[in-house]
Structure formats: C-alpha cells, structure tokens
Design a protein around this ligand. Structure first.
Ligand SMILES: Cc1ncc(COP(=O)(O)O)c(C=O)c1O
Length: 274
C-alpha cells in the first residue's frame, strides 16, 4: 500500500436514519483526494501529464491540499494559486507537502494568472476540477462504496453541499439507476459562506435532477459540526456540519438519508473551539 492507494475505502457511520461517509479520513483529510487522484490518473493514462511537469491549480481549499499531497507522492512539482482569504491551515498543509504558493486578491485574479503564466501545456498540468468529468468519476467510487456499505438497503434521499457539484452528481449517477425516485438535497450557504460550498455554476450537475436547496448559515454549520464532535465523536468540518443539519431535516420525511462529511475539524479549529 502507498499513500495513493490509501485514498478511498472510508468508513460509513449511521446516526439514526442518517448514513454518513467519513470522507475526512482520506489521506490528506478530505473528499478531494478521490477527485484529484482520478483526474491525475486519467491525465497520465492519456499522456497529458508526464514526468517533469508541474501541477498547477487555483484553489482556496481542499483541492489544492490534495494536489499537493498526490504531487509529492508522484514526484510532480506543485504550485497553488490561492486567494488571500484562504485559511492558513490549508496553506501550511500545502507547503508541508512542498507546494509553492502564489497569493492573489481573489479567484478571478488567480484564474487570470493561470491563463497568463501557466498556459504552457508541456510544462504545466492544470486540474480544471470544475470541467473535468474525472472529478465526478473519482466520487463515483465513493458512491459505490456507500452502496456496498448500505446493502441491502438503498438511500431514499441524498444530501451534499456543492462546490464543483462532483459529489452530488456522482451520488446521483450511482443511486438514480437503483432508486429512480431518490431525492437530492443540497446546502445553500448564507451570506458569510461555508468553505467548500460555492454559488458558482455547478457544471457537473445533471440538468435533469435539480437538487432542493436548504439554506444553512455559517453559525449553524459551526454549531452542527460541534454537535458531531461532542455527541458522536466525529471530528468533521463546517460543510459536514451543514450536511448533517440538512440531513436531520430530510430524515424527518425520508427513511434512509445518505450524506458525506467532506473534511476534518482540524482545518477550522479557530472557529470550532471558540
Ligand atoms: C469542505 C468541502 N465541502 C464540500 C465540497 C463540495 O464538493 P464538490 O466539489 O464535490 O461539490 C468541497 C469541495 O471542495 C469541500 O472542500
């Protein structure tokens, strides 16, 4: 086993009617290890990513950490362009894996810099997580594991916050064929936002199955993550808290609700310990 093969096979816990995949137990601490692993493996198989190239991405979050971890394992240089608002814990983690950091004002400036300075396709490999369907394929492995772990039962509803939409699309892809009436729910972050959940266009979302949105404020996500830690010993982050909050509402109506806990509490200790 090496650290790349340690991605996936995460446990599932159930809290009453809620079944949660503990994705924060992936090697770099988040669900994004699956997406980045699948994106890189596909690029290598197609010859788009070869020895000596540098991985580069504009990310304020877990994708950058996963890229840094897998880049270190696979001997690629890594550069992450990060908006100034990026949490210091994630930046330090990326640096620990040897990733170079370039600070920009915001994502828009980051994307401009990517296009201007990293367009040489022989030198740099960009992850394009919003567009690359292998993001979804990576998460489909997670959905298949969930299917096996819930067997012989199937979920009636699924809850997942959306960043790229990869997680929700993958769950839909796997479970809709098994249970065509499955319901999808997602998180709409309040004004202050919740890291990992964005209001962007979710290119990965299937146009046929729009999820129902439930608004969750930042403070509700914090309270809910604290409940996970204090009542259940689950060390999960803020989007997990938000997913848990929505899953509890959904579980009043549906018998089995599948959700994910995308990253760990260590990334948000400042907010969770106050
Ligand atoms: C903490 C966290 N929660 C949720 C998500 C959403 O996942 P997806 O991009 O698959 O929609 C992400 C994505 O980066 C994340 O980092």
């Amino acid at each position: 086993m090496n650290i790349e093969t340690a991605v996936g096979n995460t446990p599932m816990v159930n809290i009453g009617r809620i079944y949660a995949k503990l994705e924060y137990l992936n090697p770099s601490g988040s669900i994004k290890d699956r997406a980045v692993k699948a994106i890189l493996s596909n690029a290598e198989a197609k010859g788009l990513l070869t020895r000596g190239m540098t991985l580069v991405e504009c990310s304020s979050g877990n994708t950058g950490v996963s890229m840094a971890m897998l880049g270190a394992k696979k001997n690629y240089g890594t550069i992450c362009i990060v908006p100034k608002t990026t949490s210091i814990v994630k930046i330090k983690l990326m640096q620990l894996y040897g990733c170079g950091i370039i600070y920009v004002k915001n994502m828009k400036e980051g994307l401009e810099l990517l296009n201007k300075s990293f367009s040489d396709k022989e030198k740099y490999y960009r992850l394009h997580q919003f567009e690359d369907i292998y993001n979804v394929h990576g998460q489909e492995n997670m959905a298949i594991e969930a299917y096996i772990q819930m067997h012989p039962h199937l979920p009636d509803a699924v809850v997942a916050g959306m960043g790229t939409g990869g997680t929700l699309r993958a769950l839909d892809n796997v479970f809709r064929v098994l249970n065509p009436s499955i319901k999808l729910f997602t998180v709409r972050a309040g004004q202050r936002g919740i890291e990992g959940i964005c209001d962007g266009i979710d290119l990965h979302l299937s146009p046929t199955y729009e999820p129902k949105e439930v608004e969750v404020s930042h403070s509700t996500a914090v309270c809910s993550a604290k409940v996970l830690a204090k009542n259940y010993g689950i060390n999960a982050g803020l989007s997990s808290g938000a997913n848990f909050y929505v899953a509890k509402i959904v579980a009043r109506r549906y018998k089995r609700v599948l959700t994910v806990f995308p990253d760990n509490a260590m990334r948000y200790l400042n907010e969770l310990s106050s």
